[in-house]
Design a protein around this ligand. Structure first.
Ligand code: EPZ
Length: 423
């Protein structure tokens, strides 16, 4: 398996161009199942999870082409309405095909997505929503069988603003006759991106003054073309790399307001940022990094996907910071690896207390999940010496051209596979 070798302790400089959002691209690709007409998506990041989703679309019966970040999806005969465990276990978001398949074929058979390193990650909110629309959901042998004689519009109140459940139910309801109301929905920008694409396909979805999603179901959805929104987690991750390595970096082609909370927290921690319409310029800052207390929350709160890189920054703060992970129950796996690099972190249930140190030291560490893996690469960039990060396949899920982008900023990072490469 590939590893990264990072020789850190250097300042970075230059511009990093942000790619299309992984967490928008995945549901956008799934939404193409709602029509038999051709769809084109631009700025689709070349990531492991995107490749997995393309495989899922092909398995279900679509013809897919992918060239220079543009994906075309076309009908290629009748669609299947089931998925094999092999595909679902690689990526939990594959469960989101349930909504479109149920809407079009009134049935879907999808393996329950297992948990993952960061938590159990149930899908009860998805299933309750499908039941409200008139479906029967049965779990048997690790699979969910979802069936409906007919689907009817409903008022659905999500017990928690789950991103995936909002996406799944939104896609399903777009083809259910009548007016469906989704309440207590997730408000992440990736949801807006999917709504904009669905409306281009002929759906009739809007947000009312109470923030509820109102979906007038339509008979059929057409093909459409769309450009994926910038990846706010990637842009936030690079802002944190710039801050932690005391570098002067321009983060370009992003949507700054999608990182509003992070920008506020970075300024409060002492950093100077210049914010434009589609860029954030992080200025080099040598002063003390002020310890803050952050708590992850649904958007527009502090993004749980930025908690790990933020923790790496706080390992260098001047005092004791607190990181409260309120979204996932086990999202501190990067903490013990950071401790191996000299960080001082004590975790207790959902709170990590981070007492800043003068410098991190290079070590051999192991990624357990996507964002935790990025946090370890970031720590390697801060620590002088050579840090080896194992299991970078986690990081490949969500950061397009990571080595190229970091190398362009002057970082010394190399990918190697001990089983293959001469070393
Ligand atoms: C999406 O996952 C993202 N993935 C995650 O990004 C992100 O961390 C998460 O939203 C929160 O923002 C994609 O968009 C592909 P949730 P999702 O449903 O939809 C619980 C990354 O690093 N829950 O909002 O799975 C759940 O266990 C990934 O890019 C239920 O209890 O997240 C969790 O504690 C990681 N029952 C919380 O809600 C349900 O039916 C948030 O989950 C659904 C969720």
């Amino acid at each position: 398996m590939d590893r990264f070798l990072v020789r850190g302790g250097k300042k970075l400089k230059g511009t990093v161009h942000i790619s299309g959002s992984k967490n928008a691209a995945l549901p956008l690709l799934v939404a193409t199942l709602l029509t038999d007409e051709p769809c084109t998506l631009h700025r689709v990041p070349d990531l492991r999870d995107v490749r997995t989703t393309l495989k899922i679309l092909e398995y279900l019966g679509k013809k897919v082409t992918y060239r220079q970040n543009t994906v075309t999806v076309e009908a290629n005969g009748p669609l299947k309405n089931n998925l094999p465990y092999e595909l679902v276990k690689q990526m939990r978001a594959s469960f989101w095909v349930a909504g479109p398949l149920l809407a079009r074929f009134k049935q879907a058979e999808i393996p329950l997505p297992g948990g993952c390193a960061i938590g159990v990650r149930p899908v009860d909110i998805h299933l309750k929503g499908f039941e409200k629309l008139g479906a029967v959901c049965e779990v048997q042998g690790g699979n969910v069988f979802i069936r409906a004689k007919e689907l009817n519009a409903a008022k659905i109140v999500l017990r928690f603003p789950s991103v995936g459940a909002t996406q799944n139910l939104l896609m399903c309801a777009s083809l259910v006759p009548g007016e469906t109301v989704l309440e207590n929905v997730a408000k992440e920008p990736e949801i807006d991106d999917v709504i904009s694409f669905l409306n281009k396909m002929g759906a009739r979805i809007h947000t009312d003054e109470k923030g509820r999603l109102i979906i007038q179901g339509v008979e059929v959805l057409h093909g459409a073309e769309h450009t994926v929104v910038a990846d706010r987690i990637e842009s936030g991750s690079y802002m944190l790399v710039a801050a932690a390595t005391r570098s002067d970096v321009m983060v370009a082609d992003c949507v700054p307001e999608h990182n509003a909370i992070l920008l506020e927290d970075l300024k409060e921690a002492g950093f100077t940022l210049e914010v434009g319409t589609d860029f954030v310029h992080v200025h080099a800052y040598e002063g003390d990094i002020k310890p803050l207390r952050i708590r992850t929350a649904p958007y527009p709160g502090f993004a749980t996907d930025l908690q790990a890189p933020w923790m790496t920054l706080m390992t260098l703060c001047n005092g004791t910071a607190e990181v409260d992970e309120d979204i996932f129950e086990n999202r501190f796996m990067h903490a013990p690896e950071l401790v191996r690099m000299g960080a001082q972190i004590v975790t207790e249930k959902s709170v990590a207390r981070v007492t800043g140190v003068k410098a991190l030291s290079a070590a051999h560490v192991q990624a357990s999940d996507l964002r935790g893996g990025f946090a370890l690469v970031m720590a390697g960039l801060c620590a002088s010496g050579e840090t080896e990060v194992e299991r970078v396949y986690h990081v490949d899920r969500g950061y397009e051209k990571l080595e190229e982008k970091l190398t362009a900023l002057g970082a010394d990072i190399r990918r190697y596979n001990p089983d293959k490469d001469e070393f």
